[in-house]
Design a protein around this ligand. Structure first.
Ligand code: SAH
Ligand code: F3S
Length: 481
């Protein structure tokens, strides 16, 4: 959980000495998806060259940046509350400047300056390289806004400053934006059109991470399977590329293979897959390389063909099941997780039952489940009445969650008695004496620390489990160590 502002200030009253002269301190807070956390590392890097140190202590901050999420109304409400807390802090420390980054910045633009009087700067996800100029504006007493979306910005040339890092796992962003236009989703509006990052810069980042002791990376994109490098530019303009560009294009299966080969001991994960774009080549590449983890996050959203169509998900439930069957065929040990939305406009009890049937079919290892939240500007927001009453949405959501919980239990039980390779990420939340790490399938594993340390690959005998955690005992280093 985030610290409250009071805690942050109290926690830091003792340690303001040591602050470098002429340097300013940046306090950056991120909400929402992994991409936002990854973007904050790019922002920290851009501002480091402008003389900003990052600080974990709000009391030391000269500049606060809040990297925001718009995916559901609740996410925006949480951030608004947080901005109001900053308002109180600003009253006692007038030199403090506050900037809003990310999806809320893009969605609300300069309205944020009026609505939230505390905000000095509004910067959309493609405008972070303009931060040095925007900060100069703010320094000279003006508000500053840049929410221009880009055709080619991927920040491939920026080496991220790793924030709050465990030194073992890191995100590597590979695409930006999304062209899918799912009717419920605000992302295509806030993050713009889809573009891919140069594979060379991805490989350089992965190599650098390995050289710095990192052992696991997650390749990030709104829709990683749609990755396509043909020399730069938007995905939608690929048609117009030259024959040469087409012949040498790199797709996601190619990229996965390049990364797997570049660092054969680095664990590789990726997120998020989109059922309409995931190819058998990707699954075969996963099967071919031991260092690519056995986990696919494959959002379902709904089990009903009628609702999938209204959501503009470009596949049927039968095609989705076929993909699941293919994954199980090629990668029998692969974990599969989901995103589901309950109560999309016009959803009937029949549709809801189709979603429960789909859950039964796949028996996902875990999932992220939400009640539909209408987003202004999306097609569903403009054209479809949010007509499922809240209590019905909540009831359907709780039925989905309850069934998923049974499946989580079923899936974790399948690991009992096995020995699995675990990468140690840190101390278990529940016990100082136990490590927490993950197996290839992304399940959390806890076990006594003994002589092992963070970043070790160990073989763990799984003896017990809850629906979310595997419990075991290390029996030695794995051969990967
Ligand atoms: N492709 C993205 C998905 C973005 S949003 C990714 O890489 O993660 C993550 C999930 O939020 C979606 O899969 C969907 O299940 C959920 N979501 C998006 N918009 C929503 C809305 N308006 N209401 C409820 N849930 C939503
Ligand atoms: Fe959103 Fe659909 Fe893209 S959920 S991020 S529009 S794949």
């Amino acid at each position: 959980m985030e610290k409250t502002i009071d805690e942050s200030i109290q926690g830091s009253t003792l340690k303001t000495e040591g602050k470098t002269q002429n340097k300013r301190n940046l306090y950056i807070e991120s909400y929402g998806c992994a991409m936002n956390f990854s973007d904050s590392e790019i922002v920290a890097s851009i501002l480091a060259t402008e003389g900003f140190n990052t600080t974990q202590q709000l009391a030391d901050a000269d500049l606060v940046l809040v990297n925001t999420c718009s995916i559901r109304d609740k996410a925006e409400q949480t951030i608004r509350k947080r901005l109001n807390e900053y308002n109180k802090v600003k009253k006692t420390r007038p030199h403090l400047k506050v900037g809003v980054l990310g999806c809320m910045a893009e969605r609300l633009k300069d309205k944020l300056l009026d609505e939230e009087k505390i905000v000095d700067m509004v910067v959309g996800p493609d405008a972070y390289k303009d931060l040095p100029n925007l900060i100069k504006e703010v320094d000279s007493g003006r508000d500053a806004v840049n929410v221009i979306l880009s055709k080619d910005e991927t920040y491939g040339d920026i080496a991220p400053v790793r924030l709050n890092t465990n030194g073992v796992t890191a995100f590597v962003s590979i695409t930006r934006g999304c062209d899918n236009m799912c009717t419920f989703c605000v992302v295509p509006f806030t993050r713009g059109r889809e573009r891919s990052r140069d594979p060379q810069s991805i490989l350089e980042e992965v190599n650098e991470l390995w050289n710095n002791g990192f052992k696991e990376i997650t390749l990030l994109g709104q829709n990683v399977d749609s990755y396509l490098w043909y020399g730069g530019g938007l995905k939608k303009d690929f048609e117009k590329a030259s024959d040469m560009q087409k012949a040498t294009a790199v797709n996601f299966a190619n990229l996965l293979e390049m990364v797997a080969l570049a660092q054969p001991k680095m664990r590789i994960r990726f997120s998020t897959s989109n059922p309409q774009d995931m190819t058998l080549d990707v699954i075969r590449t996963m099967a071919k390389y031991d260092n690519i983890c056995n986990h696919i996050h494959l959002p379902l959203q709904s089990g009903s063909n009628r609702i999938l169509k209204k959501m503009n998900r470009l596949h049927t439930i039968e095609e989705y099941f076929k993909l699941i069957d293919d994954i199980r065929d090629i990668l029998p040990e692969c974990a599969i997780s989901q995103d589901i939305i309950a109560g999309f406009p016009t959803e009937t009890e029949e549709d809801h039952k189709d979603t429960l049937k789909a859950l039964e079919y796949v028996k996902y290892d875990f999932g992220y489940m939400y009640a539909y939240s209408e987003r202004p500007g999306t097609l569903a927001g403009r054209k479809m009445e949010d007509d499922i009453p809240e209590p019905i949405k909540k009831r359907r959501l709780s039925e989905i969650i309850a069934l998923q919980r049974e499946h989580c239990q079923y899936r974790t039980e399948q690991h009992l008695g096995k020995v699995q390779e675990v990468l140690i990420e840190g101390t278990s939340k529940k016990s100082e004496n136990e490590w927490m790490g993950r197996n290839s399938q992304s399940s959390v594993v806890v076990f006594p620390k003994e002589h092992y340390k963070i970043g070790d690959f160990v073989n763990v005998q799984i003896n017990d489990c809850t629906s979310a955690t595997l419990i075991g005992k290390a029996i030695g280093y794995s051969e990967n160590n």
